[in-house]
Write a protein that binds this ligand. Structure first.
Ligand code: FE2
Ligand code: FE2
Length: 212
């Protein structure tokens, strides 16, 4: 099992163990409640920002894969779920994670934050037009590069875990409670297409990725 999947599976186990402990907690005599709560807390504390957001990448990758599985047609339900999830994911990074880390660095943003925001701009611009094979291809290519910079031991998430230190759990709590982002209807026009190409270019990618 690849390392990432192992961590996602562990996360599921931790949450399941938390639920089991919560059940035990309700059923044990008063004297044992404190240790039950401590166990849940320890289990939940094992999760890192990296675990949480890398698992979200995996979930979104699987949805994008499903959306384009049938050649020549798009699974609109899968793409809709992917789009809503990706907008929420970008919101978690831009509205919660990056500002929290900037605050912990005495107001100094991470050097890579500007690049991340530019790449998010390109990704978000690709979510405006209706999905078609070229849009899915461009999203896959950009996400593969973007996510690689966020994942792994030398990625942004691991760096955020190191900087967060004792604040990690508080940041994770905010990420877990992040709101859904309302997704506007798709817009198809030359202007939308041109602005997506500009956003892709600004982020350092080839705008021809969007060519049909
Ligand atoms: Fe990101
Ligand atoms: Fe991400």
């Amino acid at each position: 099992m690849p390392q990432g999947e192992g961590r996602c599976a562990r996360r599921l186990l931790d949450v399941t163990a938390g639920k089991i402990n919560a059940t035990i907690e309700r059923e044990t005599p008063r004297g044992r409640l404190a240790s039950g709560k401590g166990a849940i807390h320890r289990l939940m504390n094992q999760e890192t920002i990296r675990d949480f957001l890398e698992c979200d990448h995996k979930r979104l990758d699987a949805l994008l894969e499903r959306a384009g599985r049938e050649p020549g047609q798009i699974d609109l339900a899968a793409f809709g779920e992917f789009r809503r999830g990706l907008l929420k994911h970008i919101g978690m990074e831009e509205k919660i994670l990056l500002p929290a880390i900037q605050q912990l660095r005495g107001g100094e943003p991470l050097p890579i934050a500007a690049k991340i925001r530019l790449e998010h701009g390109a990704i978000a611009a690709l979510l405006v037009p209706s999905p078609r094979p070229a849009v899915l291809r461009a999203l896959k290519a950009i996400l593969a590069m973007h996510n690689a910079g966020e994942e792994g031991l030398s990625g942004v998430y691991a760096e955020c875990d190191r900087i967060a230190g004792a604040e990690r759990e508080a940041i994770l709590d905010r990420l877990r409670q992040a709101p859904e982002v309302p997704a506007a209807n798709h817009v198809d026009s030359d202007r939308v297409e041109a602005s997506a190409r500009r956003a892709i270019s600004r982020a350092g990618f080839d705008p021809e990725l969007l060519a049909d």
